[in-house]
Write a protein that binds this ligand. Structure first.
Ligand SMILES: [Zn+2]
Length: 346
């Protein structure tokens, strides 16, 4: 099939899937972000209470486009009665405090994420300290680390402190007038990833747990609820993520609505594709370590060149995730010397 016709096929498939969701009262609102990922999907559920899943980032442009998207559906921000937050990343919840203030909506989020959102500034500061220590320990040069810290601090403006009024428990059912949403904690991409599953309609809103056009990165993150003196052990984000994906794979669901990009009709083949990619990636890293023990940053540099500098934390998270897989398989071990970690074959 030519590239043009496969793009056309993807577009038609996405339109049909979105139309199917619309019929069920779920509308995708694609909100602009200043980030490389592009637009973020919020979902409006026309039910009682009128529900919005995720808000987009805290920016005038996002607010303006959200208002327009709501107006096209004959709604205003003031009409929103329930705002659900899927996870702790600012492109998904930054506008939440403005929306909650203007609408008086209840704000629902996973228990644990509520504390994080309430103490947004302190929590992200702690995240930065954790990231900084991790980067230095795994071979990222100090000047790169401090540059990234500045970038992270500047990004904080797109987030906000949010008061969660309705903490959610993993496994509970959120009852709206016409539907029930099962709350599922599926960490890995972030510690707070939460899925909302409408079993009756075979539909799930999954945010960044599974995305069609890009693989969700299992970012290395401080565990939910960890204090400022958190020292480890290092969270195993990719292992956690793979376990979460396996649980999602076992779900019977016709349509998955992700946090970025188009709906996913066949989640099992997409998950299988991701699993194979992680296996291949682990193998490539293993082959490099066989030749010579290396730090995680050196591995990232070998694999991705300069991207290992511009996207140092992201690529470090990738490498450490795969190191965890290799360590679990007893193929690789971690060696520490003078505060610097290198990975070597067992
Ligand atoms: Zn995310």
């Amino acid at each position: 099939m030519s590239r043009l016709s496969s793009i056309e096929e993807e577009r038609r498939g996405a339109q049909a899937a979105l139309a199917q969701a619309t019929e069920q009262g779920v509308h995708r609102l694609a909100i602009p972000t200043p980030f490389q990922v592009g637009r973020v999907n919020a979902y409006l559920i026309e039910d009682e209470p009128l529900t919005l899943i995720d808000s987009g980032p805290n920016s005038a442009k996002a607010l303006d486009e959200l208002e327009q998207a709501l107006a096209a559906l004959d709604h205003r921000i003031e009409d929103i009665e329930l705002l659900i937050i899927t996870h702790q990343h600012i492109d998904h919840f930054g506008l939440a405090s403005i929306l909650a203030r203007r609408s008086g909506a209840e704000v629902a989020a996973l228990s644990g994420l509520d504390t994080y959102l309430r103490n947004f500034r302190e929590e992200t500061e702690r995240d930065d300290v954790f990231a900084e220590q991790t980067m230095l320990r795994h071979g990222i040069p100090a000047d790169v680390v401090s540059a990234l810290r500045a970038v992270s601090a500047s990004f904080r403006a797109w987030g906000s402190t949010v008061e969660v009024t309705r903490p959610l428990k993993d496994g509970e059912q959120l009852q709206l007038r016409d539907r029930r949403l099962r709350v599922l904690h599926r960490p890995g991409h972030s510690p707070s990833d939460t899925l909302f599953w409408d079993e009756e309609r075979s539909l799930a809103m999954v945010a960044d747990h599974l995305i069609k056009h890009i693989s969700s990165n299992p970012l290395l993150a401080r565990p939910l609820g960890a204090g400022e003196d958190f020292k480890g052990p290092r969270p195993h984000s990719l292992i956690t993520y793979i376990a979460s994906l396996n649980e999602t794979r076992a779900m019977d669901v016709d349509l998955i609505l992700p946090g970025h990009g188009n709906p996913i009709a066949d989640h099992r083949s997409l998950i299988d594709l991701r699993m194979r990619m992680h296996e291949r990636r682990a193998q490539r890293m293993y082959d490099l370590i066989v030749k010579q023990p290396r730090s995680a940053h050196a591995l990232a540099h070998e694999l991705w060149g300069n991207v290992a500098v511009t996207q140092a934390y992201l690529t470090l998270s990738e490498v450490l995730g795969h190191m965890d897989l290799l360590i679990d398989a007893a193929l690789v071990e971690e060696q520490e010397q003078d505060g610097l970690v290198r990975f070597a074959v067992v």
